[in-house]
Design a protein around this ligand. Structure first.
Ligand SMILES: [Zn+2]
Length: 390
């Protein structure tokens, strides 16, 4: 029997085990900035199941009281390795889903079932299959970095898996598949910048002499409209205002100060550089209002045109065909850990995880159980593809 067939059969045989493990992981709710004990319980659970199949597990402290700690898990010895990247935090506060695990036919709803505890459990199942079927190449390593702060932008984890990525032949990011397509992969992601503009003008009495104010509120309102107007969808660039804060409701004062925050996405490094320098020196409409900029580029570009990522995408198409799948790469607008592994030069494929939909939407986020076996077998075969090619 071919390897591919063996892998699919294995995954089909163990789909119930996959779902039992996933159910327990989903039940251990783990909001990014949630209760420390909850986060620890979820982390311990992953630590336990991965140790059971032979991974050496090390806790990597986040050193930030808002987040749980991360896990670095390694299997095998040798200089060559494949890196899996995942996160066990979810965007949901505890109790946000009416039913924490709800199954109907081939759909299962639950907090983080799709984004991305399903992908984390896939790493477990993929490794277990390769071990049990005796397919793991000798003197090669599988490394899994499981972080606790991805939904917050990976502030305390990215430095760790970036170092791992530099030493890896490929990074597989187990985030949900693009658009939930069973042949979907994410082969690039936009660069993200986050900027806050702080205005300092001159306040004045809003009845007595409003004309004497250098209004921070007016300045930032003008900036908000101007900055959003720079959005150019054809060039793959968006600017969206996410917070505007100025003045006090009901208070008879035109405020001199205020803050405006924008979320900017760029599709090329040159674009990011050009706009970053403009934002760092944003010109005020009213020269009497001083604007200072906080923030900058938060997630580097995952550039789909880079030949390193492209070569990995090409091999994924070849492997997909072994499972009758025409793999299709998409560009993700949202950022993930893949932005970081790609930017340090490690060939990266993202969106390797579950099929389903509605990430970040309470009671709606679900996975599709029909694709568990084939997607698992595909990922397992990709591990072999990378580790076998010299
Ligand atoms: Zn995610």
């Amino acid at each position: 029997m071919s390897e591919e067939k063996k892998l699919v059969e294995y995954m089909e045989k163990y789909t119930d085990e996959f779902l039992d493990i996933l159910k327990e992981a989903v039940n251990l709710e783990s909001p990014t900035e949630g209760n420390k004990e909850d986060l620890k319980r979820c982390r311990h659970y992953f630590e336990r199941i991965f140790s059971e199949i032979g991974f050496k597990c090390n806790v990597v402290p986040s050193n930030d009281s808002r987040y749980g700690d991360h896990l670095l898990m390694e299997l095998g010895e040798g200089d060559e390795q494949v890196l899996f990247v995942g996160h066990y935090d979810t965007v949901y506060e505890k109790g946000l889903f009416r039913n924490i695990w709800n199954q109907e036919g081939s759909k299962i709803w639950g907090p983080g079932v799709f984004d991305m505890k399903g992908g984390d459990v896939q790493v477990y199942m993929v490794t277990k299959a390769l071990k049990d079927l005796d397919l793991l190449p000798e003197n090669k390593k599988i490394v899994f970095f499981l972080s606790s702060d991805e939904e917050a932008g990976s502030p305390t984890s990215h430095m760790h898996y970036k170092e791992l990525a530099k030493k890896s032949k490929a990074s597989f990011v187990m985030e949900p598949t693009f658009g939930g397509y069973s042949n979907g992969l994410t082969i690039g992601r936009l660069c993200r910048g986050n900027y806050t503009f702080v205005a300092a003008g001159k306040p004045a009495h809003s009845g007595q002499e409003p004309e004497k104010a250098d209004s921070g509120l007016k300045e930032l309102a003008q900036q908000a409209i101007y900055l959003e107007s720079l959005t150019d969808l054809e060039k793959g660039m968006t600017i969206a205002c996410t917070c505007l804060n100025s003045g006090k409701a009901g208070w008879p004062t035109v405020p001199g100060g205020g803050e405006l925050t924008i979320d900017a996405r760029f599709s090329s490094a040159e674009q990011a550089k050009q706009y970053d320098s403009m934002f760092q020196n944003l010109k005020a409409f009213n020269p009497a209002v001083k604007i200072t900029t906080k923030g900058g580029i938060e997630k580097p570009l995952f550039d789909e045109k880079d030949p390193k990522h492209n070569a990995l995408y090409e091999s994924s198409k070849k492997v997909g065909k072994m499972f009758d799948m025409e793999m299709k790469g998409h560009i993700g607008r949202a950022g993930t850990d893949g932005n970081f592994t790609a930017a340090v030069g490690c060939p990266t494929l993202d969106g390797m995880g579950m099929t389903g939909d509605f990430a970040h939407q309470p009671d709606k986020e679900y996975i599709n159980t029909d694709d568990i076996a084939v997607r698992g077998a595909f990922v397992a075969r990709m591990v072999l593809e990378v580790l076998r090619n010299e």
